[in-house]
Design a protein around this ligand. Structure first.
Ligand SMILES: Nc1nc2c(ncn2[C@@H]2O[C@H](COP(=O)(O)OP(=O)(O)OP(=O)(O)O)[C@@H](O)[C@H]2O)c(=O)[nH]1
Ligand SMILES: [Mg+2]
Length: 719
């Protein structure tokens, strides 16, 4: 067991982050519009003028309409199959200074060509789109004239190439912005600020007249006038700021088959032998540091399967050994697995068992996927005495290989038996669909292996890679702050007295992209936990729930319910029958949930002192606050452990079996420092969940307790 306990080399931390990165993106500011004086225009010489004639020597040429500033550039993530990791987006990568698009310059392209972002605040790589150019009729480099025939100048966006399978979340809130799967797919993550409008500045007389009128009106109302300003017209010409936000990018490889096994087992060699991929192959462990993809075409090329060769997995990976276990999230979108075992190793069956156990501890669903075992490096075994293939007679398996196959089968059976014995969570591990002795070096058995893989894909219950879709409004919410915030901020400086009538552009401008809510706060909160997704679960595993965003959580529970894995109280039941889940649904104490001011309900709740099942999501804010206050006042739950020290309230329901469903309702929404605290708590909770996942969880409600109020409310809505 030395082989499993020690002896593997240490891996530099940098290589563990090929599939995740936190970046700051900033869209461009809108360019300023042109400001021309009211008496715009100029005298030009009159060429009709002839000496001695009576025509004027100069004529007045009015100026054209003032030009608008160009909109700032957007920041767009582009799905690029030529990129295979997120390493190029990390700070400190080669060429990072050249990646920022110049001001008003050519289309920016970050990374891809080998370079990360400029290190921004908090050490995060920052990617900025170009600002929009100012309107400037003299140089001609500005925005267009306000002329219907001339289209508004367009500022190129900043394109950040990301590999297929990249999940994009807002750092901090964890809100899912989208996922890039198809080559060329684009996701705009920060929209450029709107360009300022060209304005005609009022003349001195006009301004003076307006100011005196405003002053007169103010005095008439008895207001003491200290100063009057008239600068709204100027604000109108200013471009709007861009947006800045922190994003958490996470790569989840999309493939039909995932290759797993100990380092050096020959995974990359098999990928090379089966497909046209050319991964690095070397006789030392951890040659592969990030997934390699290859396409296996069998049956005349009709059936194409994508194989993903993953880094080697070792025992103790869940404690961070080797490359850790984070890369196992890349199996989430595979339909079947290929376990590669080195037949020449001292104990191939134990190797296989160790890898299976690591998979089970990461996500029990992985062990329920169809898998094939490749007993590789057959050429290294001493030649057996078995009969070769003859006419009408299949080749006999050498006794040594036969005993290896038997040992592998025994290991698979042992794992299934232990699953039942310890009542582990999740589905029962499946035995291998086929064990194929082969050699990547000689090509022996590869045809059989390819056929077995096609069968495994066909037998898979994972029909499609689960694609994460943001809730309809998530993108808008996540990108922008409250609508109108920018307008309000801009208008803030406008004088009370300035009744400026020429500001017609307000309406034309429409809704300018507001600056993101909590601009500074995002940068500060960048270090906070959130959006952590090591993606464990493919179908129902409760401790994974704690890591999901609300939108994902909803999807997660919907699937869990559909699969009968969730009882009426949201507890995971292992594999219950749908009927059983139905039976366990708690009886609603209040058929009609209370509305605002439902005093009867509040009274009864306070008076009864009994445990009640309350649909928290049905309560409006006022009632919820009142319920909490009532419970606190009446000390309902105190001493029974229902009211925790953080003033969070837990409402319990005892079902027939005596099982308890615990729900937690938090306090008010938090901001600033409180948010950070919450984030830290969540991070701790995540750590705890890791432990929960390692062993059969003692407390199935641990994940639910770790959820925030919003997540709980969203969750409860569905029950
Ligand atoms: N003799 C023989 N050697 C093999 C065979 N398959 C792989 N090897 C050798 O085993 C070593 C490791 O092969 P890799 O394909 O890099 O192994 P891996 O599983 O991808 O290793 P990691 O990427 O480190 O996890 C290389 O030296 C290969 O040449 C085989 O079928 N026969
Ligand atoms: Mg390899």
């Amino acid at each position: 067991m030395d082989r499993h306990a020690a002896g593997w080399p240490e891996i530099p931390e940098a290589h563990k982050v090929f599939d995740e990165v936190v970046i700051t993106v900033k869209s461009g500011r809108g360019g300023n519009g042109e400001v021309v004086p009211a008496d715009r225009g100029r005298y030009v010489s009159n060429h009709k003028y002839k000496p001695g004639g009576n025509m004027s020597k100069q004529i007045w040429l009015p100026a054209s309409d003032p030009g608008d500033g160009a909109d700032g550039g957007d920041v767009v993530l582009v799905c690029d199959p030529g990129v295979d990791s997120l390493l190029h987006l990390h700070a400190g990568q080669r060429g990072l200074q050249q990646q920022q698009a110049g001001k008003g310059g050519k289309a920016g392209k970050a990374g891809g060509g080998g370079g990360g972002g400029r290190a921004g605040a908090g050490g995060q790589p920052a990617f900025s789109a170009p600002d929009g150019s100012n309107a400037n009729p003299n140089t001609g480099s500005g925005g267009p004239k306000r002329n219907a025939e001339i289209k508004k100048a367009r500022t190129p966006c900043l394109e950040i190439p990301v590999p297929p399978g990249t999940v994009v979340k807002r750092k901090g809130t964890g809100a899912l912005l989208g996922e890039l799967l198809q080559p060329g797919q684009r996701l705009t993550v920060a929209r450029g600020g709107a360009g300022g409008h060209g304005v005609v500045a009022p003349s001195r007389q006009q301004r003076q007249a307006r100011l005196s009128r405003a002053e007169r009106e103010a005095r008439a109302k008895g207001v003491e006038v200290v100063a009057v300003e008239d600068d709204e017209w100027l604000e109108d010409s200013r471009g709007q700021p861009g947006q800045q936000l922190s994003l958490s990018l996470l790569l989840r490889v999309v493939a039909d088959v995932g290759l797993v096994g100990f380092p050096n087992a020959g995974k990359s060699s098999l990928l090379k032998a089966l497909t046209r991929a050319s991964p690095t192959i070397a006789p030392y462990p951890f040659t592969t540091l990030m997934p390699n993809l290859g396409v296996l075409s069998a049956g005349g090329g009709a059936n194409k399967a994508v194989l993903a060769d993953l880094p080697g997995l070792i025992e103790g990976a869940h404690k961070g050994r080797g490359l850790g276990r984070n890369f196992l999230r890349h199996l989430r979108r595979t339909r079947a697995l290929l376990h590669v075992v080195d037949a020449s190793a001292p104990d191939p069956a134990t190797d296989y068992y160790a890898v299976r156990e690591e998979l089970r501890m990461y996500n029990p669903d992985y062990c329920a996927r169809p898998h094939v075992v490749a007993l590789n490096k057959l050429d290294l075994l001493p030649p057996g005495s078995a009969q070769p293939e003859g006419p009408g007679r299949p080749a006999e398996v050498p006794p040594q290989v036969a005993s290896l196959i038997a040992a592998l089968r025994e290991a698979a059976t042992r794992q299934a038996a232990e699953h039942a014995q310890h009542s582990y969570e999740g589905p029962v591990p499946r035995p291998p669909l086929a064990i194929v002795p082969c050699s990547a070096a000689t090509g022996e058995g590869l045809k059989e292996l390819a056929a077995a893989l096609q069968r495994a894909i066909g037998a898979s219950h994972v029909a499609e890679p689960d694609i994460l879709r943001p809730a309809p409004d998530t993108l808008a919410d996540a990108r922008g702050g409250p609508a109108g915030a920018a307008a309000a901020a801009v208008a803030g400086t406008a004088a009370a007295a300035a009744a400026v009538s020429h500001s017609t552009s307000e309406a034309r401008r429409g809704a300018p992209p507001p600056p993101p809510a909590g601009w500074d706060e995002q940068a500060a909160g960048a270090a906070a936990a959130g959006g952590s997704d090591d993606g464990g679960w493919g179908g129902g595993f409760d401790d994974a729930a704690g890591e999901l965003s609300p939108a994902e959580l909803e999807e997660f529970y919907a699937r869990a319910r559909a699969g009968g894995l969730l009882d009426g109280q949201g507890n995971f039941t292992g594999a219950p029958s749908p009927d059983q889940a139905e039976e366990e649904r708690p009886t609603q104490a209040h058929a009609a949930p209370p509305g605002e001011g439902d005093q009867d309900f509040l009274d009864s709740l306070a008076a009864s002192g009994e445990d009640e099942w309350v649909e928290l999501s049905e309560l409006d804010e006022a009632t919820l606050a009142a319920v909490l206050a009532e419970l606190e006042a009446e000390a309902v739950g105190e001493g029974e452990g229902l009211l925790d020290p953080a003033r969070d309230i837990m409402l319990r329901e005892e079902d027939d079996d005596g099982d308890e469903g615990v729900m937690e309702a938090g306090g008010e929404a938090t901001t600033g420092e409180e948010e950070q605290e919450v984030a830290e708590k969540e991070a701790e909770a995540n750590l705890e969940e890791e432990d929960v996942r390692m062993a059969p969880p003692d407390d199935p409600d641990a994940a639910l307790l770790a959820l925030s109020t919003e997540e709980l409310l969203a969750l409860e809505k569905d029950w």
